[in-house]
Design a protein around this ligand. Sequence first.
Ligand SMILES: *Cc1c(COP(=O)(O)O)cnc(C)c1O
Length: 456
Amino acid sequence: MHNIDMDSVEMTLDVMKYALNRITMISPELGKPKKEEELKALVGETVTPKGIGGEKAFQLFKDVLIKATVPIDHPRHLAFVPASPTRASIMFDLVTSASSIHGAYWMEGAGGIFCENEAMKWLVSLTGLPKGAFGVFTSGGTAANLSAMVTARENWRKDENNVGEKGLIITSIGAHSSVKSMAKVIDADVLLIETEDCMTKADLEAKIISLTPHERKRLFAVVATGGTTNAGIIDDLSGIADACEKENLWFHVDAAYGGGALAADSVRHLFNGIERADSITIDPHKWLFSPYDCGAIIYKNPELAKEAHAQEGSYLDIFKDEGAQGFNPSDYQIQLTRRVRGLPLWFSLAMHGTDKYKWAVEEGINLANLAGRLISETEHVELVRAPSLSCVVFRRKGWSPDDYRNWTYKNHRDGFALVTPTKWRSGDTYETVSRMCFINPDTTEADIIAILDSMK
Ligand SMILES: *Cc1c(COP(=O)(O)O)cnc(C)c1O
C-alpha cells in the first residue's frame, strides 16, 4: 500500500475529482444523520482482511456516508457557529496533508511553521497586544482555552503559598461550555457571574468582594468572552482589564467565535481592552474561513506559556539543541505532535490578502443586521435583542419549545435549512427562542426570508 501502482493512481484521480467538484458547489446537499444500524445495513463490512478496494470504499462514502453529514458551509446552515472555509484554504489543506510536515518543532517543520507564524503575526496585530505577544494554532477553542488556563494556573502557582491550593476562575454564564469543561481538566472551580448579557467591571468587582478570604486566595483568573456563542455579546473588556490589573488576576479573553470580527472596522471598537489581555483564544475555523480544525491561542508573554507547556524528554533534547534555532509550537500549548494546521489559513491569506478577509467578516455582520431588519418587519417573528456581531436571537410569537423543535427537524428533513432553537435567559427564566449565526458570505436575503417564512 506504499507502492505507486494503477490502483493508487486511479484512487488519486478520483479523490482530486471529488475534491474539485465539492469545493465548487455553492449549495451542497444538506445531509441528515441516520442510525448506525441503518448506515451499517447500507454499506456492509468496510474494514476486512483483504480490503474492499478504493473504488468501492469511495463509492460508499459518496453515495451513502457523506449524505449522512451536514455540510457546515451550506448557505442556509445558520445553527451553532457555521463555517465557510475559502476554496484556497481547503485546497491547501490537501497540500498540508500531502506534504507530511511535523509541526511540533522548528527543526523538522521550519518552512511550514514559518508560514503559520506569518498568519499568526496578522492575528496578533488584530488584537493590538504589545510587542512580544505571540501565539500558536491549536485544534480549536477548547484546546486554546485549556492551554491558556494551564499557563495561568502554573504562573499563579509560582507563588509557593498557592502550591497546595485548588484554583478558582471567574467567568459569566455567557461563557462557552468549554471554559467550564476545561476547568474540570485542570481541577479548578468556576464561579459564574449570573448574566448572559455583557459582563461588566461592576459585576466582576461585586463578585470578587463577595468571596471569602480563602476563595479570594484561590482566585487566579478571569475569563471574559469576546463574542458569546449564543448571542455575539462582547463583555466590557476594558473594565475587566482594569479589575484584573488591580487584583493581579490573569485576564483571558475567549474570542473563539468573535475574534474574526477584530478584522472588521465597523465593530472593532467593541473589543477595546482586548489589547490588555494575558491570553486570547481565536478560532480561525469559525470566522476566519479556515477548514477544521484550526484554533489559536495568543499570549501577551509567550515565555509563561513555554514554562508551563514545554515537554522534557531525552528523545526531545535534540530539538532544544540545534533545533532551537526557531520557534517550537509544541512549547506553547498542550499538544506535542501536531499538524501545521495554520497552513491553510496562511495560503488563503497570502493569496487573497487581508482586505478580502475584512470584507468577508463584514458580510456576516451585514447579514445579521439585514436579518434583524427583516424580523422587525415581519408579523409572526420578533427580535429578542438587537443583532450583535453576526448573531441574531429572535422568537416566533406564540411558539412552544416543541414548535421550535418540530420546525428545526422539518427544515432539516426537507434538506432546506439547519436553524436550531436555543434558550435565552431573562430574569430567572429561560425561554426557548431561535437564533441565526452568519459566517458564510454566500447566504442571501432570499435565504433569510425563506427561513422566516418557514415559521409561518
Ligand atoms: C466554539 C467556541 C469554543 C470552543 O471551540 P472549539 O473550536 O469548538 O473547541 C470556545 N469558546 C467560544 C466562545 C466558542 O464560540
